[in-house]
Ligand binder design. Structure first.
Ligand code: HEC
Ligand code: HEC
Length: 475
């Protein structure tokens, strides 16, 4: 049984008002009105954070500023002149008809993170605003398309597309997800050393109840045999973020988001004082600013279960018996309550370079403590990559085209459209689109009678996004 919370969902206008008040009263807008850099006078350094003079809420507020401030060219927004040798990478990309600002396709596609991460619920009419929420279809990222066949010149009945078309997820609860991923990585790295110490033996790679296959050190070949490793990269670093499982931490994702969407180059990417994109601005995003953004993102409220009913309980039972819960593991506990913030981050050694630790049961993140002294993370995922079959595959030309990290289902009632590209407008469509490793469970769902199907949907519709995330910072 899952803990429930019965509260009424508030309507959109009050949230929108809060956002307008935020924008109207913070100094952010005042400096933008002066046509200086939007962040003018508000830069936060890493020593401001490590020096202990700022409270956690002050760091979060600085992070919200990074998330919601519309950067302009004086902040370093934008790329430099096109690099013909590498024109798809952020920094030196083409813009639309030489307008020097946007293209939309492959980046320079927004001025704030909020533009894509701002919907708390799509189950209300109109949709509910929320800082850090999902994006709708018009916010989809179009990553590196080189070819879009809008006229169906191939005559195959659909528009071919060879980029990635990606629907924005929410950032709620990301602190618990990151902590779980770091703990899994630490365990798997220990298994790697154990396999080396016991050559020619298959060592199971199990952590937090999830199996990533097994690993063997082959003494004759003098190397690891990765052929039975499942759902994780060969470096055994669990990467929960990005639908393909590309980033171990939110910070890692944020560095790339700044570069890709805005051409804002973090110092930790360029080095201090270096104008890597040749736009005449250096130190566009300071290490401290990225730390604040990371702290803000990872302390956003977590999704929650609301309005639980006996029918929902029946649906959860069916969800388990059909095999959905093998991938969508309802809840995983961590060992620790504290999320370590590290700089620089070393992916294979999560214990290094910690500068701050935040107990996620004590902040807005609001995780429940687990009996073992850690957190309960009710994420409905195994943080593992799965082959989802040809129907869901992307056409990007990557070996991972068919593979996706198990979508976390917490909050799923509010986040249509579904699946990595938002192709499914209902939960039923999303479930019926499962193929590959998800095919057997999909077929079990398809075979259910009407009442049982409704029970499964009733259960999924109890998995809600948080109400009023980051509200304390908006007032
Ligand atoms: C143009 C829309 C857009 C903008 C602007 C945008 N994002 Fe995203 N964001 C996305 C999409 C789409 C994804 C999913 C990417 C994927 O799955 O590979 C995503 C994913 C993420 C994730 C990973 C979430 C997860 O659970 O996997 C984080 C963290 C994130 N964004 C942070 C940011 C931050 C911080 C900014 C501003 C610097 C930002 N985003 C700006 C669209 C956007
Ligand atoms: C083999 C692992 C696996 C199994 C089994 C599985 N899923 Fe999934 N599920 C995934 C993956 C991976 C995705 C993301 C696919 C994508 O984005 O294209 C997903 C996506 C979803 C989504 C869409 C979530 C969103 O936010 O877009 C729903 C709903 C869902 N699954 C429900 C179910 C149900 C119900 C079952 C059982 C009938 C099930 N899944 C079985 C792996 C699995």
């Amino acid at each position: 049984m899952i803990p429930t919370k019965n509260t009424n969902h508030r309507s959109w206008p009050s949230h929108l008002t809060a956002a307008i008040v935020l924008l109207a009263t913070t100094p952010v807008l005042a400096s933008a009105q002066d046509d200086g850099p939007a962040l003018s006078g508000q830069r936060i350094t890493q020593s401001d954070i490590t020096g202990g003079t700022l409270t956690l809420d002050e760091i979060r507020a600085a992070g919200l500023r990074m998330f919601a401030t519309p950067f302009n060219k004086l902040d370093g927004y934008g790329d430099g002149p096109v690099d013909p040798a590498n024109s798809t990478e952020p920094g030196r990309r083409p813009t639309l008809q030489d307008n020097g600002t946007f293209l939309r396709v492959n980046g320079l596609d927004a001025q704030t993170c909020m533009e894509c991460h701002s919907v708390g619920s799509n189950a209300t009419v109109p949709f509910t605003f929320a800082v850090g929420g999902v994006g709708n279809s018009n916010n989809n990222v179009l990553f590196q398309p080189r070819f879009v066949d809008v006229e169906d010149s191939a005559g195959n009945g659909y528009a071919d597309f060879d980029g990635r078309y990606i629907n924005p997820p929410f950032l709620f609860g990301s602190g618990g997800v990151e902590l779980l991923g770091l703990e899994m990585t630490r365990d798997l790295q220990r298994r790697l050393r154990a396999a080396y110490a016991a050559p020619d033996t298959d060592l199971p790679l199990v952590t937090h109840g999830v199996s990533f296959g097994s690993l063997r050190y082959d003494s004759a070949a003098q190397g690891f045999d990765y052929s039975n490793v499942e759902g994780v990269d060969e470096d055994l670093v669990v990467r929960p973020f990005g639908r393909k499982g590309e980033f171990a931490t939110v910070r890692g994702f944020d560095v790339d988001a700044m570069r890709f969407h805005f051409g804002m180059e973090p110092v930790e990417f360029t080095g201090p004082g270096i104008d890597h994109d040749l736009d005449n601005v250096v130190d566009e995003v300071l290490v401290g600013e990225l730390s604040a953004l990371h702290v803000f993102n990872t302390n956003l409220e977590r999704p929650e279960v609301r309005d639980w009913t006996p029918e929902a309980e029946t649906g959860l039972g069916l969800f388990s018996s059909m095999g959905c819960a093998v991938c969508h593991v309802p809840s995983i506990s961590t060992y620790s309550k504290g999320l370590p913030y590290r700089f620089p981050e070393v992916a294979t050694a999560p214990q290094l370079n910690e500068f701050l630790r935040v107990d996620l049961t004590q902040t807005a993140a609001g995780f429940d403590p687990s009996p073992g002294g850690g957190l309960e993370v009710p994420l409905f995922s195994d943080l593992k990559r799965h082959d989802m079959g040809a129907g869901l595959a992307e056409n990007f030309g990557s070996p991972l085209d068919r593979e996706f990290i198990t979508a976390r289902l917490w909050g799923v009632a509010d986040t249509a459209p579904y699946l990595h590209d938002g192709r499914a407008t209902t939960l039923t469509e999303a479930i019926l689109a499962h193929g590959g490793e998800g095919l057997a469970a999909r077929n079990a769902f398809a075979a259910l009678g009407t009442a049982d199907r409704i029970a499964v949907l009733t259960f999924l519709k109890r998995l809600r996004t948080p109400e009023d995330p980051a509200q304390d910072l908006l007032q």
